[in-house]
Design a protein around this ligand. Structure first.
Ligand SMILES: C[S@@+](CC[C@H](N)C(=O)[O-])C[C@H]1O[C@@H](n2cnc3c(N)ncnc32)[C@H](O)[C@@H]1O
Length: 339
């Protein structure tokens, strides 16, 4: 068979980007309809899936064929199941469950579909049509944050230099996975998770699932309006700047400086984008996610993040690298020390 020409490969790249959402939507539907959790439990044939999940025979046949060709499911005799290596990502409530992330991404499709409007107006798309702000949408959002943090948080504490006896503020900590993981890994470290009151219920769920209690409390508050408390030895600010405008970021980082002890450390983790195109494509695309969903947020660049620290008076400001030191990890770490 002749090799594909460069022209064909180039045009294929454009075509795959044009229809890439088909695969995303197939996965979204498979999770929304309960196909993936059902198959994570045990194999089933099409008739069983239709009966148990209330699916139309033709619709199910077409979706199952798509999932099969995407290698998201396998078929043996007449029975569908999940490939062994993917099963744990769809076990509801399991340690590696990614279904809430899939559901959150599915909630965002309707606003992403109108991205061109957001680029023209610079404004987020209407909240009524944005499922992330309704009740199930909010649950998917916080549970997705928890699932993503569960993948990234383990093993980070040592590299952050966290020590027993320190008091850490997990600012905009949401369900509190980072604070809980850090305190589990560093006995003697104490932490406060600070977030909007609506996040409290998701923090409580995480605490209820612990094997043993950890010295982590939840403080409801709005970092734009309220005091942060303190003084703290360390502030961990993960994925909060990208939701705020440039001015709000400046004000927040200044507020953090005031809440830290002298010599205290601010760690920022974010999906920083590279405006010169040499960064992780995920992070640049994440900027678009902020464009369609927030009034002033974006994926700030490394120099903007370090600039917020400089303006707030932090010294020894540095870009440390991807969390965990893995090149592919889009979670980038920045550090600043209060003089
Ligand atoms: C993308 S999530 C990040 C959660 C967590 N830090 C992490 O990295 O997984 C952003 C968090 O900021 C919180 N947040 C947004 N605006 C806030 C505000 N004005 N005050 C306090 N928290 C806020 C949200 O409730 C949410 O938990």
């Amino acid at each position: 068979m002749p090799a594909m020409s460069k022209k064909t490969a180039d045009s294929n790249r454009v075509l795959s980007l044009a229809n890439g959402y088909w695969a995303s939507c197939a996965l979204h539907a498979a999770v929304r309809l309960g196909i993936m959790p059902r198959l994570a439990d045990s194999p089933a044939d099409k008739e069983e899936l239709c009966r148990e999940l209330g699916l139309d025979d033709r619709g199910a046949a077409i979706l199952l064929t798509a999932l099969l060709n995407l290698k998201l499911i396998v078929l043996e005799q007449d029975s569908y199941s999940l490939p062994e290596e993917l099963r744990e990502f769809f076990i509801p409530g399991g340690e590696k469950d990614l279904s809430q992330v899939v559901l959150h991404m599915a909630d965002l499709v309707s606003v992403w579909a109108r991205l061109d409007q957001a680029v023209k107006t610079g404004s987020p798309l209407s909240r009524q049509k944005n499922a992330a702000h309704d009740k199930p949408g909010r649950e998917h959002f916080y549970k997705a944050m928890a699932a993503l943090a569960q993948r990234n948080a383990p093993g980070l504490a040592a590299g952050l230099g966290l020590r027993p006896g320190q008091m850490l503020l997990d600012l905009a900590g949401g369900p509190g996975i980072y604070a809980l993981t850090f305190c589990r890994e560093v006995p003697g470290l104490k932490a406060r998770v600070y977030d909007l009151p609506q996040a409290g219920i998701f923090f409580k769920e995480q605490v209820a699932a612990l094997d043993a209690p950890l010295p982590v409390e939840f403080e409801p508050g709005d970092f734009k309006k309220n005091d942060l408390g303190g003084p703290y030895d360390v502030v961990w600010l993960s994925h909060a700047l990208h939701g705020a405008s440039f001015e709000e970021c400046r004000a927040l980082v200044t507020k953090i400086a005031q809440a830290l002890k002298p010599g205290g450390v601010l760690w920022v983790q974010d999906f920083a984008a590279d405006p010169l195109g040499k960064g992780h494509p995920h992070n640049a695309l994440f900027g678009l996610n902020m464009l369609v969903n927030t009034k002033g947020g974006k994926a700030y660049s490394a120099s903007e993040i370090l600039g917020f620290m400089e303006k707030a008076g932090f010294e020894q400001r540095e870009y440390v690298g991807p969390a965990g030191g893995e090149k592919e990890n889009p979670n980038l770490l920045f550090k600043g020390v209060k003089p």
